[in-house]
Design a protein. Structure first.
Length: 255
C-alpha cells in the first residue's frame, strides 16, 4: 500500500536528497496549481498528476530541487487537440500568444511567488545561498531551464549577442543549467528521439520530431556552450544526439 502524504518523511535523520529534474514550476504555470496543496498522484503516467508539489517533496525527503522551467516548443501546437487544451488555462493561453522567452520569465516569476509563500522552502540562486538555505534546515529550490529554444524566441536569426544576453540574464537569476535540446529541432543542437512511436504516428495528432541523428552543436550552440562555461552554468546534454554530446564534451574539457 502506498504511504499517505501525512506519513513521516522517508528521509528521517538523513540529510536529504537532491532531485536534479522535476517540473513543479510547469504544473503551477500550466494548471494554475497552488504548490502548497497536493492534488492527486495517480499510478500511471498522467500529465495532470501532482508529483512534486511541496508536500510531496517533503514526503520524499528532498532537500534540494533543481526546478525545471520548461516551455513546450511551438511544434506541439501543430496538433489541434493540444491547441484546444492550451486555451483552457491562463498559462496555456500565454503559450499560444507570447514568445517562449516571455513565457519562461513568467514561469520563473510564478515559481518564485510559490516559494515565497511556502513554509520551509527558499530559492537558492548561488552556492552561497544554497549553503544558507540548507544550514537553516529548509529546502532549496534551484532554477534550471529545459530547452535552448527559449534563447532565440522572437529574435533575428543572426542575433547571437541577443541570445547570449538572455543567457546572462538567466545566470543572473540563478539558473544553474540549461538543457540544450529537447523534443524538436532548435538552433543550438541536434536532439535525440524522445517522442514515443505511437504518438509520432497517431492519426489525429501527429508529433513528428524531425530528429537528425547526425546533427551536432550549431555555431550558435557553440557560442552558447562557451558562454555557459564562463558563467559556470551546466550545459545539460539530456536529449542531445551523441554527436552533439561529443561536441559539448570537447568544448568544456578542462574548463
Amino acid at each position: 500500500m502506498s504511504p499517505s502524504i501525512g506519513d513521516t518523511p522517508v528521509g528521517g535523520s538523513f540529510p536529504g536528497l537532491t532531485d536534479i529534474h522535476a517540473h513543479p514550476a510547469m504544473n503551477a504555470f500550466l494548471w494554475d496549481r497552488d504548490l502548497r496543496r497536493h492534488y492527486w498522484t495517480g499510478h500511471t503516467f498522467n500529465p495532470l498528476s501532482s508529483l512534486t508539489d511541496f508536500k510531496m517533496l517533503e514526503r520524499g525527503g528532498v532537500k534540494v530541487l533543481w526546478s525545471s522551467l520548461h516551455i513546450p516548443e511551438s511544434d506541439y501546437f501543430r496538433c489541434g487537440l493540444i491547441r484546444f487544451a492550451a486555451r483552457l488555462t491562463s498559462g496555456g493561453r500565454m503559450l499560444l500568444s507570447r514568445s517562449a522567452w516571455e513565457c519562461v520569465l513568467a514561469m520563473m516569476g510564478e515559481m518564485e511567488r510559490q516559494v515565497a509563500r511556502s513554509d520551509g522552502f527558499d530559492m537558492a540562486r548561488s552556492n552561497a545561498e544554497l549553503d544558507q538555505v540548507l544550514a537553516a534546515g529548509r529546502t532549496a529550490i534551484v532554477h534550471t531551464v529545459e530547452g535552448g529554444h527559449v534563447l532565440g524566441a522572437g529574435l533575428e536569426a543572426d542575433d547571437v549577442s541577443g541570445r547570449l544576453e538572455r543567457l546572462e540574464r538567466l545566470a543572473e537569476s540563478g539558473v544553474a543549467s540549461l538543457t540544450l535540446a529537447h523534443l524538436f529541432p532548435n538552433e543550438l543542437a541536434g536532439h535525440a528521439e524522445a517522442i514515443p512511436e505511437m504518438l509520432r504516428g497517431f492519426p489525429i495528432c501527429r508529433l513528428d520530431s524531425g530528429m537528425d541523428p547526425d546533427r551536432g552543436l550549431t555555431p550558435i550552440g557553440r557560442a552558447v556552450v562557451e558562454r555557459m562555461a564562463e558563467l559556470r552554468m551546466v550545459p545539460d546534454v539530456t536529449h542531445c544526439t551523441p554527436v552533439a554530446r561529443r561536441d559539448v564534451y570537447e568544448l568544456v574539457a578542462n574548463r
